[in-house]
Design a binder for this molecule. Sequence first.
Ligand code: PSU
Ligand code: MN
Length: 303
Amino acid sequence: MDKLNFKLGNEVKEAKKNNLPIVALETTIISHGMPYPKNVETALNAEKIIKQEGAIAATIGIVNGVIKVGMSEEEIHYFGKEKNIIKVSRRDIPIVITKKKNGATTVAGTMIISDLAGIKVMATGGIGGVHRDANETFDISADLQELGNSKLAVICAGPKSILDISLTLEYLETMGVPVIGYKTNFLPNFFSSKSDFKVDYRFDKASDIANVIKNKDKLSLKGSVLICNPVLKKYSIPNNIIEKAINSSMLQARQNKIHGKALTPFLLEKVSSITKGKTLETNIQLMLNNAKLAARIAFALNK
Ligand code: PSU
Ligand code: MN
């Protein structure tokens, strides 16, 4: 790979040399998923938690056309404040590099780059999935295809509540992605620690999840493992309570003809404003909770 376009941060470089556990973090959640300054605070706190657990954090993004694996604090601040950061999924990567732009990577974008950098674990808030009116809009997040492609362990709090959970699970099954519940038999769905849907498999220990990944790697099986980590009970918002906010946000999205990559950020922002910031607080807490579990899994994977 052209070294000019692909840079590892110093800590990440050292960690790779010494074979230390690394956890990748995405940047769309910073630039498009949360308002400033909570976005930057959360991104830096996620890195801190990963370090406290004995792993190294690698926040991933494209800075002036250069892929950065392990962005600096300054770059993270910039990505949190600046309005013109491009949301980068698979198809955007070569364009943003060519145009020397700044790009915040989605789960899909971060997975691709992590894979290239030899990182095996990443944490996010909630993955993208099949949108509720996908039968008309065809809106299915590229995250799902990527989960079938890249070889990663992705720790999330389930699919985002704004999605069609049932269709998202079907899609994951088609793509061959095991859906694991961490200490739960039920799929968490982002803002809520429990949905009505069961997970395929439950594990209660990070080391057992690491063994699943090891066994998958031994067979060189393609695709990722999705680990769903419920948000802590005290921050969980019951589904019936946010459902009204989601419906009204979706209506506004339709009225304003919001579609494509703008839809998810629009819905997250609207739901947060309708719930007076309640969902934002939950989003922050679940992100930090996922960073912690991701670090523990990365640590166990290294043993
Ligand atoms: N998790 C969050 N907030 C976010 C996202 C995840 O808590 O903003 C981002 C991720 O980058 C994910 C993206 O890949 O939302 C999904 O966007 P889309 O539905 O357009 O694929
Ligand atoms: Mn979409």
